[in-house]
Design a protein around this ligand. Sequence first.
Ligand SMILES: Nc1nc2c(ncn2[C@@H]2O[C@H](COP(=O)(O)O)[C@@H](O)[C@H]2O)c(=O)[nH]1
Ligand SMILES: [Mn+2]
Ligand SMILES: [Mn+2]
Length: 469
Amino acid sequence: MEYVQEGPYRFRIRREGDMRVPGVVFASAELMRDAEKSLEQVANVATLPGIVTASYAMPDVHWGYGFPIGGVAATAVDDGGVVSPGGVGFDISCGVRLLAADCDRRTLEPVLRSLMDGLGRAVPRGAGPGGLWRPGGHQLERILAGGSRYAVEEGHGEERDLWRCEDGGHVADADPGQVGARARERGTGQLGSLGSGNHFLEVQEVTEIYDERVAGAFGLAPGQVCVMIHCGSRGLGHQVCSDHVRAMDRAMARYGIAVPDRQLACTPVASPEGRAYLGAMAAAANYGRANRQLLAQAARRVLRREAGARLTLVYDVSHNLAKVETHTVDGEPRTLCVHRKGATRAFPPGHPELPEDLRAVGQPVLIPGTMGTASYVLTGVPGGDAFHSTCHGAGRVMSRHQAARTTGGPQVRARLEADGIAVRPASSRGLAEEAPEAYKDVTAVVEAGQGAGLCRKVARLVPVGVVKG
Ligand SMILES: Nc1nc2c(ncn2[C@@H]2O[C@H](COP(=O)(O)O)[C@@H](O)[C@H]2O)c(=O)[nH]1
Ligand SMILES: [Mn+2]
Ligand SMILES: [Mn+2]
């Protein structure tokens, strides 16, 4: 696929064939070499009905189901724009939650082993069933409608948590009626669990602050201990995605839509199928948010018991979601369905949707790196491109299979422990699949995002101990 470099961190894929808009990739020249493997998907997304401005790829882009992971695409709702479940992904509302502790790493050192053992025991994980809360009666319905808000109402958290969650902890317009029986069945047994592989709960230390004012508003200081949680909507979200891809695949022809890849199945946002998907997606997102709320509570209990520390929420943000938002396109405000798949919303200072205590500084953007390197906290910037979006992680360079062929779980564990990082894995194979070298250099990804004008660095964190899914 041919492309031209437009700036130090910006490449353009020329519009050709059925593409309605160009492709734009934010990357350094070096990251572009990895991104090249996904350009075909970026170009395919550019063919979707109603897409505006460009099909975007973030610096951590890699191959995904239909859409690339690290892809952003917005469609005009009032102009036949489509919604595509492949543009959100199977793990609906997969995202990151960061909590800051009222202690530093030195305080933790003497209790680190018992703390990690406690977290390892407290956090259900792995691919199968098992969770912290088995919802009974109408509780699942209320979780699907209310997300973290309902979890907090039921005693799983503090009111303050909700201010620091995207959407106040629950997506409005959820339609639990569009979540099928199999999805509910899967969801009932997994609420309050990490899932597998790439999902984790990590104890971290803040090692660098790039902007004291913004970090202070987020609640972060040098040397501080934090807990980062990465997980999503488990089997429930997966089933919602599968069910609605199937329904859209059957319906597309009726709307005269043809896509270059069946995994891009889509229908107009305003169609019955589009509305049904968005209602189910919002319900699954609420499940995902309640899931992270429950895991945060489990971490709070263990930190309090083992270290006498208290955890305060910094922020919770999804990186797999489609949202109806207003953005300016060609000088006009437009209602757009913004798909972010493996991409994080990054609202700038002053955005009306930010909570009051963050409005002056912008939205916290939470970027996990790997269990052996670093993670970052960023913030949104004025005029941020790609509908105020940025990367979501380091992004894979090796498939799970490739990574497991390259190294073994015991070697990865030994390496991490030699670096002083305590590991509590669900499986040895999973650890090999998640070896730090299976991912891009997160620092290079974040520098590219900042260089491209998508976000700004606020803090760097390093792992102290990780509970791996
Ligand atoms: N700090 C850690 N970061 C990790 C770990 N495992 C994965 N990752 C990063 O998370 C993102 C999220 O990717 P997703 O596509 O699976 O949502 C991934 O790109 C990695 O950079 C970890 O154990 N610790
Ligand atoms: Mn996920
Ligand atoms: Mn994720």
